[in-house]
Design a protein around this ligand. Structure first.
Ligand code: FUB
Ligand code: ZN
Length: 644
């Protein structure tokens, strides 16, 4: 059974500092911007047509003439659903009539696009009505449904309204009839609905939604393979690659039943979305075999296939995992959505068992790849997150066309931008969870959180700029407060009402448990060790041999050309050199603590190859947080630097 569950998004009120500021940016800038993009009202930006597709579906169902074709990816509806989910979270932080109007309009579009029997998908309604449910492998019908379910749950949770939930339940009933009552063995090519159904189950209390989620998880990878049979019958393909004679079942994590899977393989977002649902289900049911499969897959992802930035999926080919320790820095993929999915997975693992390792990965992915996914102005986004960029090669060489040097304002395949929006606007549900009589803090955010255990907590912190975190108890209760102690913090202190505690007696598996009769105003203060440090990769990772990365707290740093005379390729860090913090600069890159490392600069050398060892001179290497790279124009960038 679960040791804890998330607190509702509405339980957390953001205060000041890095993540609360990003959350406000999402509410004030990102959400309105994305609404304009989805409605094709943002000049100079890639056409989306996502709202228009839904409008066309509505017209068609009303029998009106449809003169325009469906446009975009087969899963274009999911961009709108993710946006709606983010909008719902944003409304939890105070009334916003403008945003409410936009959200209501979008809900109306979904309502109008729904068929009598509950079916809801603009691609099939407008473009291919006779092909419904015939291509589960590629066509994303269940994926889109999953995202709309999540939006409806968020809308109910944050506004109390049932209107979207009614649409979604009608849709899920249609799906239930198709997959449970007709007894088809189909399952989604792209997992998502599995985790969404569990959320719907918890909001509505209806067991059939849990049952449907369990069905999709269990039937995956059973022989004979459903997608093989489907391919024989369907006669149509969405992507050229699937015309190959051999079906790549690894791509969809369906080579074996989930409980037998040992290695994370295939498309990275699909993988972590599936594992999230598995961990959530395993937590709900307490099933040991499923829990063990989750632990095994967690290790495969995070112990052997994860970048230091929390990026996963190292190849563009299939946006996928490759093999253990293959973590190239320049040709990398590391899709933003994949790190978001990793955060989902970490959250569900934490609910299943409280281990600091899960919260460590959650922090790593959040403060590095996910934040890097969005420009500081909230209007540009990275899909791919390289750890090394060299203008002239990145984005240009045929092997690096996907590794862009600058964030584009939108994408033809726009899964990442609204995914960032929904994650950052729902941070409270990742930062905290509560068990029987234990309240867990997994991430440190300034602000206030209300538990349902009869008390609240307020956090005063400027984390991660500072490692000082002060938590004040509000209420009276005999309870346990559990605080995540990040593995990177080598010297941590904890005081209760000013009295130092023996941390070793309190800490178990990365959490400090403080149990007592708490009274109004009691204070627990943590000091985490924010001294910058060097990180070395295992020598099994060929890409990082002889190199070092730099981290301060959860924040991974990088060297950018703009701070280093335009050239970071000739820089190295001195093995015995110091790393020094520069004063916090509120005006640089949204407010950062830059670092200075003692190092070397080598002479470039004229010839491609030479017998002459490059000369090197001492040099200061200036480092900034990876999450804000690429905000000052096109630029060289490196996370891993040679150490000499
Ligand atoms: O297939 C839907 C989304 O588009 C995936 O999650 C992303 O990787 C992108 O391919
Ligand atoms: Zn994406």
């Amino acid at each position: 059974m679960k040791v804890s569950r998330e607190v509702p998004v509405t339980a957390w009120k953001p205060g000041k500092g890095l993540l609360p500021d990003r959350q406000r940016l999402v509410r004030d800038v990102v959400i309105p911007y994305q609404y304009r993009v989805l409605g094709d009202q943002q000049e100079g930006v890639e056409k989306s047509h996502a709202l228009e597709n839904l409008r066309l579906a509505g017209k068609k169902l009303r029998g009106e003439p449809v003169t325009e074709p469906f446009y975009g990816m087969v899963f274009q509806d999911s961009d709108v659903a993710k946006w709606l989910e983010a909008a719902a979270y944003a409304l939890a932080y105070g009334p916003d009539p403008e945003l409410e109007k936009m959200a209501q309009e979008v809900i109306g579009l979904f309502r109008d696009a729904q068929q009598e029997d509950g079916y809801l998908n603009s691609y099939f309604t407008v473009k291919a009505p006779e092909r419904k449910w015939t291509n589960l492998q590629e066509a994303h019908e269940l994926y889109c449904a999953g995202h709309l379910i999540e939006a409806a749950c968020a809308w109910k949770e944050c506004t109390g309204r049932d209107d979207l939930l009614e649409i979604v339940e009608k849709n899920v009933d249609c799906i239930y009839r198709q997959f449970m009552e007709k007894n088809t063995r189909g399952f989604p090519g792209h997992p998502e609905i599995e985790q969404a159904l569990l959320r719907l189950y918890r909001i509505t209390g209806k067991e059939k939604y849990r049952e449907l989620s369990q069905h999709f998880v269990d039937v995956r990878g059973q022989a004979p393979h459903y997608f093989e049979e489907e391919r024989k019958n369907r006669g149509w393909y969405l992507w050229e690659q699937d015309n190959r004679d051999v079906l790549d079942t690894d791509y969809t994590q369906s080579t074996q039943p989930v409980r037998e899977q040992k290695d994370a393989v295939g498309h990275a977002v699909r993988a972590v979305y599936l594992y999230t649902a598995m961990a959530d289900l395993a937590g709900e049911t307490g099933e040991e075999a499923l829990q063990q499969a989750c632990r095994t897959l967690w290790e495969s992802v995070t112990h052997r296939q994860m970048y230091v930035t929390g990026g996963i999926g190292s190849t563009v080919l299939g946006e996928a995992f490759t093999v253990d320790y293959d973590l190239p820095n320049a040709t990398v993929y590391a899709e933003t959505c994949a790190s978001i999915g990793l955060i989902f997975f970490a959250r569900r693992m934490l609910h299943m068992e409280a281990k600091g390792e899960y919260a460590d990965v959650m922090e790593r992915a959040l403060y590095n790849t996910v934040l890097a996914g969005m420009q500081l102005d909230g209007k540009r986004f990275f899909y791919v997150n390289p750890l090394e960029v060299v203008p002239g090669i990145s984005g240009k060489a045929v092997t690096q066309e996907h590794d862009l040097t600058q964030r584009p304002p939108w994408y033809a395949c726009a899964c990442c931008p609204p995914n960032v929006a929904r994650l950052l606007s729902s941070l409270g549900s990742y930062a905290y969870s509560q068990g029987e009589n234990t309240f867990f803090t997994h991430l440190y955010l300034d602000g206030e959180v209300e538990s349902t255990l009869g008390y609240g907590l307020s956090f005063d912190t400027d984390y991660p700029r500072s490692g000082e975190i002060c938590c004040t108890f509000h209420g009276e209760a005999e309870t346990t407060l559990a605080f995540h102690i990040p593995a990177w913090s080598q010297q941590t202190t904890l005081t209760v009402n000013g009295e130092a505690q023996d941390l070793s007696a309190l800490v178990k598996d990365g959490y400090a448990y403080v149990t007592r009769q708490f009274r109004e105003g009691d204070q627990i203060c943590l000091t985490l060790d924010m001294a910058p440090f060097k990180v070395y990769a295992s020598s099994r990772v060929p890409a990082d041999t002889g190199c070092v990365a730099v981290q301060r707290g959860p924040v991974v740093y990088c060297a950018e050309g703009v701070d280093n005379q335009g050239d970071v390729l000739s820089l190295s860090l001195a093995a015995e050199g110091t790393l020094t913090e520069e004063p916090y600069d509120p005006d640089l890159l949204g407010g950062i603590v830059p670092l200075m490392g003692e190092g070397w600069r080598s002479s470039p050398g004229e010839a491609l190859y030479s017998r002459k060892r490059p000369e090197r001179k001492p040099a200061d290497v200036r480092l900034v947080p990876y999450c804000v790279w690429g905000n000052r124009g096109e630029n060289q960038m490196r996370v891993w630097l040679p150490e000499v």
